[in-house]
Each structure stands twice: as structure tokens, then as C-alpha cells.
Design a protein around this ligand. Structure first.
Ligand SMILES: [Zn+2]
Length: 295
């Protein structure tokens, strides 16, 4: 196998509680929820939720027959199991986004929210996602925008040394990246995605405003501004919806899995352990979580 970039894991982290429930992020959560609902297709057969974490967004996908939650962290997936229950419409997969264990055409929709900003090689991640999709599948991608108003002001006031207008990613903390919208558009095009819609999100992510203006009003103002993302993007978060350009047909029946080590597939689902007949790697299934991480 080829080397993959480093991975930012939330293993053992209390992120679902500390960041979303006690972290004063109600404004961001509601703004993101609005954007996601505007972009989601009406429903479908199989959804891939990349970087699903504790399942914060999963219930919004209930119009899909099956939802596959993928995260690198088993403990985050356990949080999601507790939140969602072990219904048969959910599959829980621990895997590396750079080595996805799915056959081409497995999904008719994928989402990746607050996840790309941990990717040292975003283009490679997008390429992997595209490889799992079928013809005309939708892909909803959220990314952190380096060219946001706050960063521009700080740059002009010389309180920030990096240039928000230059195309390269900025790593503001270890394995945390902000991207330039033009670079994202280029990577989407290079990995055979056709960009359809862009929404700018969380325009008022400023503590002074969040403290003084009622939440509902701030969220409403953000929702009104979101469609301006089609013209320009200066918000800290951006949501995009693209279509996969491919001729790959949906998988009718049979396993959706392939070996992430040697790409052999389909890999028969022989829970509690899946075995690759080509490279002889085996992948355990514990407590309903398929573990495709390569150690
Ligand atoms: Zn293999």
C-alpha cells in the first residue's frame, strides 16, 4: 500500500459534549443545520456520512434507506450508537478517509461536514470519496474558509502573518486547516465533481454579536445571507453541493465493502470478521462497529 497522510483522531475525546453541547456553539449548529437542509436531496438508498463523529447530523438523513456512519474514532462511533440506537438502517464504520473500504457505486449521496479541515491532503480525500459514488450521486462538502472577513481584517491590521487571499491551506493548529474557496473548487473539478451550489454559513461568528443579538434573529439573518455564497464567499464556513461525474452504476445486491489495503472487492460480509482473500488482512466487527483501520 502507499503511504497516507497523518490522521487527526478524536479517539477518547469528549468533543460531542464539550464542543457542541457546552461550548456555546448553538448558533453554528443551527446555521449549519439550515444549510444542510437546503442542500440535501429528498432521499435515496444509501448515504455515506464521512467524519460522522457522534452522529450530530445523522437524524437529518432519515429519508435514506441506509446510512453509513464513518469515523476514524471508535469511541465517537460508540457515542453515535448511544444517540441513534443500533437500528438496521445504520452501519458504523471505523476507517481512514484516505483508504475507504467501499466498492465503486456504493453510495448515492455523501456528506463531509467539519471534517475536511483535518485533512493534510484534501485532494486525495476527495478522490477517495468520488471512488465510492455512483452516477449523479450528490456530495455535500463543508469546509473552513481561510478568506473570511475576520482573517482579512486581522491581516490588514497586521495581527496575523498569513495571507487570507493566497490559495494554499493554512494550518492554524496541528492538523487543522482552513482552505481558500478557489482551491476547493479546483480540487472538486480535478476529482470529477461538478459544483452545483455554494452556501456561505455562520456569517456572524463573532462573540460580541452572539452575546448581544438573540440567537433566533442571528440564525435567521445568516439563513437569508447563505445563498450569496453563489457570488462570493467571506464567511468562516462554506457548504457546497456537487454531483459526481462518473458512469459507475449503483450496486444492486452484494457487499459494498472492499479491502482498504489491496482494493480487492467485493469483500464478503462474514461478521464478526471480514477476511481479504487476496492480501489476507482481516477486519474485525466489534459491538456493531466494522474496523477497517490499517495499523
Ligand atoms: Zn486485501
Amino acid at each position: 500500500m502507499t503511504d497516507t497522510p497523518p490522521i487527526c483522531s478524536y479517539e477518547g475525546s469528549d468533543y460531542p459534549t464539550s464542543f457542541w453541547e457546552q461550548g456555546g456553539r448553538a448558533y453554528e449548529d443551527e446555521c449549519e443545520s439550515n444549510a444542510l437542509l437546503k442542500l440535501l436531496p429528498k432521499g435515496g438508498s444509501r448515504m455515506l456520512e464521512l467524519g460522522a463523529g457522534g452522529g450530530r447530523n445523522t437524524l437529518k438523513y432519515s429519508d435514506f434507506d441506509q446510512i453509513v456512519l464513518l469515523d476514524y474514532s471508535v469511541s465517537q462511533l460508540e457515542h453515535a450508537q448511544k444517540r441513534l440506537g443500533k437500528k438496521t438502517c445504520y452501519r458504523f464504520i471505523a476507517a481512514d478517509i484516505y483508504r475507504l473500504p467501499f466498492m465503486p457505486g456504493a453510495f448515492d449521496c455523501a456528506t463531509m461536514i467539519r471534517t475536511l479541515h483535518h485533512m493534510a491532503n484534501p485532494r486525495q480525500a476527495l478522490e477517495q470519496v468520488h471512488g465510492t459514488l455512483q452516477k449523479d450521486a450528490h456530495f455535500i462538502l463543508e469546509y473552513a474558509n481561510k478568506r473570511n472577513l475576520k482573517a482579512i481584517l486581522r491581516y490588514w491590521l497586521r495581527r496575523q502573518d498569513w495571507n487570507p487571499f493566497s490559495p494554499e491551506p493554512v494550518e492554524f493548529a496541528e492538523l487543522n486547516y482552513d482552505f481558500h474557496p478557489r482551491s476547493i473548487r479546483r480540487w472538486l473539478a480535478e476529482t470529477s465533481f461538478r459544483l452545483e451550489r455554494t452556501l456561505t454559513v455562520s456569517h456572524f461568528r463573532v462573540s460580541a454579536l452572539k452575546a448581544r443579538i438573540p440567537l433566533k434573529i442571528l440564525v435567521w439573518m445568516d439563513s437569508v445571507l447563505q445563498p450569496t455564497g453563489a457570488l462570493f464567499q467571506y464567511s468562516p464556513s462554506v457548504f457546497t453541493r456537487s454531483k459526481a461525474v462518473t458512469t459507475v452504476k449503483p450496486i444492486q445486491d452484494g457487499s459494498i465493502f472492499k479491502c482498504p489495503n489491496c482494493d480487492f472487492g467485493p469483500l464478503e460480509d462474514t461478521s464478526p470478521q471480514l477476511n481479504c482473500p487476496r492480501c489476507h488482512k482481516s477486519y474485525p466487527v466489534r459491538g456493531g462497529i466494522y474496523d477497517f483501520r490499517l495499523k
